[in-house]
Every structure is written in structure tokens, then in C-alpha cells.
Design a protein around this ligand. Structure first.
Ligand code: NAI
Ligand code: MG
Length: 332
């Protein structure tokens, strides 16, 4: 049996790391047949649509996708393919495990955090209007539906994965209505559920505490924009954006992707670290219950990452993307 999975390589370093990931999964014998689709800058330029209908249809049919990073122009141009995708498919929960990689030395040991990010609304939904020539309103949307389901998702995640504590990051001291509702909802559902200890932290102080001692946290629940920002901060705790994977989950559909973007500064140079996308593929294989193959790839990847000289340059090594890929395949 083989799973049909939508593959969106994306822009920038996307093609290079998607190629690497595919080679690794093929070498491991993962039963995946890729249904390649486009989204992002290239799709917007070539097809006039950053998220083509055919891509959405493919994901709806397959129910599982692996996505590379897509470029979104700054200050003008098309709306983010990511925001469109998460909204169109109602991928309401973003899950980003941030874990120290054995042997990859950073300021912190044994970091093991999970970020759960509301993925469909908040300021990140980018509902904006220029109401006068001098005034722009950016709306922060907070609905009961989205708030309830992400809080319940976070509680269920903690129970399923035997996590000890849920911390809600917020700014409810200032945004008393929107963030206040987000925090109150999580507290209320946690008290009804009664199984997951919950606390909270104002998001700016949360950032300070994370860089001081990340080990004091377990699972973080954040609204969309805070989740975006805190994800990159947490990636920095364990060695950078080249390492951290993620999943965008809806009721039935799952789209796996790295936390990082299209890295235009290193695109086309065979320099990118494919680890985050390979780790996203590992998350996908666990989701498909292909546990053995997921574990084999994970163990091969960690074996290579343990050796400084075999790493890519973002981790201080001298391997390029393809050399790193071949090391992982040899370790398999
Ligand atoms: P970025 O995450 O692309 O890059 C930030 C820094 O990290 C750069 O120095 C880059 O070289 C490095 N980096 C990122 N991934 C790496 C990897 N795999 N290996 C080695 N180094 C890596 O963020 P930036 O530059 O702010 O955004 C670039 C573009 O990516 C923008 O158009 C942005 O909208 C888009 N983006 C897309 C995302 C997605 O598709 N999920 C997520 C984040 C940003
Ligand atoms: Mg981001």
C-alpha cells in the first residue's frame, strides 16, 4: 500500500530541501507517492494565483500534504499562500515541537517544548483597511469557535502526549477583550477537563523567560501572531530554523511544513539545511502510522547531526545540502 501525499516544494530553498527530503524518504522505503503541486511566489507569477485551485483539490483528495516554504512579498503583492491555505482548509492548529538535537550544542540542554498556535485568525489573518489616507486599521479577530477548539486541542494534545503543563501566552493585560477571552477560555476548559495543569504568562515576559531558562516550560498555547514570533525564538534555543518542523492540522487534513521560510539569502546555493523539512516528513510518517520508517529516518538523521563536520553551514559544518542528504542516506 502506498499513500498519495501532496508535495508543495515552494520557493527559495524549497526545491532543494524538498528534493533532499524525497531522496531520504525513498531510501528509507517510505510508501509515499508524491502528487507535486505549486503554491507561493512562483505560482502567483506564473498562474496568477498564490494558491491554485488544483493544489487545494489535491490536498483535499489526499488529506495529507508536505509543504516547503513559500515567499510572500513584503508590504505589497499577493497574500501569503500559508495564510490562504490554513484558512481555506481550516487547518486550525499548528503544532511545532522544539527539541534539542543530541550533540548539537547550544546555550541550553534538553529543551523539549511544544508550541501550539491558533492558525486561522488573530492579527495574522491580515484583515486590514485604510480608513483615511492617514489611518490604517488592522483587525484582530477572536471568535468563540476558533478559541474553544484550539484550547481544547491543546488540552487533548497534552493528555495524548503525556505532557505535564500548558502555559498560555497572551497580552490580556492590554487586549482585555480579545486576549482576555483567549486566556479565560483556556482556563475554563482546563478546569472542566481537570487533567492538565494550566498557567499563563504575558507574552513579552514569556520571551524573556524562554531565553533565560526554556526548561521551565512544557507546552505553550499561543494565538496566531504570538505563535509565529515565539516559534522562531524557540527555534533559536535549539540551534536555529534549519531544525524545527511543524504540522498544520484540521479535523481531517494535515499539512506538514518547517517553521522556517524560503531563505532567499541562501536559495539556489545548495547550502540549506534540509533537517527541518525531513523532521516535518517524520512527523507526517508518524501521522500515517508508519512508525518504523519514521524512527529509522529519525535515528539516521540524529546520527549524522551528532558529527559536527557532517552538518550544514548553519550548524557550523561544511556539508552542502546534497552532501548532508547523502550522509543521512548512508546512515540509513
Ligand atoms: P527565513 O526563515 O526564510 O530565514 C531566516 C534566516 O534563517 C535566514 O538567514 C535563512 O538563511 C535562515 N534559514 C532559514 N531556513 C534555513 C534552512 N533550512 N537552512 C539554513 N538556514 C536557514 O525568514 P525570512 O528571511 O524572514 O523570510 C523569507 C521569506 O519566507 C519571506 O517571503 C517570508 O514571507 C517567507 N516565509 C514563509 C514561511 C512558510 O512558507 N511557512 C514561513 C516563514 C517565512
Ligand atoms: Mg513564521
Amino acid at each position: 500500500m502506498s499513500y498519495s501525499v501532496t508535495l508543495i516544494p515552494g520557493d527559495g530553498i524549497g526545491e532543494e530541501i524538498a528534493e533532499s527530503m524525497q531522496q531520504v524518504l525513498k531510501a528509507a522505503g517510505a510508501p509515499i507517492s508524491w502528487d507535486k503541486q505549486s503554491a507561493g511566489l512562483k505560482a502567483a507569477q506564473e498562474l496568477g494565483n498564490a494558491l491554485p485551485e488544483a493544489t487545494l483539490k489535491s490536498i483535499q483528495n489526499n488529506q495529507v500534504a508536505l509543504k516547503g516554504p513559500t515567499t510572500t512579498p513584503i508590504g505589497s503583492g499577493h497574500k501569503s499562500a500559508n495564510v490562504l491555505l490554513r484558512q481555506a482548509l481550516d487547518l486550525y492548529a499548528s503544532v511545532r515541537p522544539v527539541k534539542s538535537v543530541p550533540g548539537v550544542q547550544t546555550r541550553y540542554d534538553n529543551v523539549d517544548l511544544v508550541i501550539i498556535r491558533e492558525n486561522t485568525e488573530g492579527l495574522y489573518a491580515a484583515q486590514e483597511a485604510q480608513v483615511t489616507p492617514d489611518t490604517i486599521l488592522s483587525f484582530k479577530v477572536v471568535t468563540k469557535k476558533a478559541t474553544h477548539r484550539i484550547a481544547q486541542f491543546a488540552l487533548d494534545y497534552c493528555k495524548k502526549h503525556k505532557r505535564q503543563r500548558l502555559t498560555v501566552g497572551h497580552k490580556a493585560n492590554i487586549m482585555k477583550l480579545g486576549d482576555g477571552f483567549f486566556l479565560d477560555t483556556a482556563r475554563e476548559l482546563a478546569s472542566i477537563d481537570g487533567k492538565v495543569p494550566i498557567d499563563d504568562c504575558i507574552v513579552d515576559a514569556l520571551c524573556m523567560k524562554l531565553v533565560t531558562n526554556p526548561n521551565q516550560f512544557d507546552v505553550l498555547l499561543l494565538e496566531n501572531l504570538y505563535g509565529d514570533i515565539v516559534s522562531d525564538l524557540c527555534a533559536g534555543l535549539v540551534g536555529g530554523l534549519g531544525l524545527v518542523p511543524g504540522a498544520n492540522l484540521g479535523e481531517k487534513i494535515a499539512v506538514f511544513e518547517s517553521v522556517h521560510g524560503s531563505a532567499p539569502d541562501i536559495a539556489g546555493k545548495n547550502k540549506a539545511n534540509p533537517t527541518a523539512l525531513i523532521q516535518s516528513a517524520i512527523m507526517m510518517l508518524y501521522h500515517l502510522n508508519e512508525t518504523n520508517i519514521a524512527q529509522q529516518i529519525e535515528s539516521a538523521l540524529y546520527q549524522v547531526l551528532k558529527k559536527p563536520e557532517l552538518r550544514t553551514s548553519d550548524l557550523g559544518g561544511s556539508a552542502n545540502t546534497q552532501e548532508f542528504t547523502q550522509h543521512v542516506i548512508s546512515a540509513l
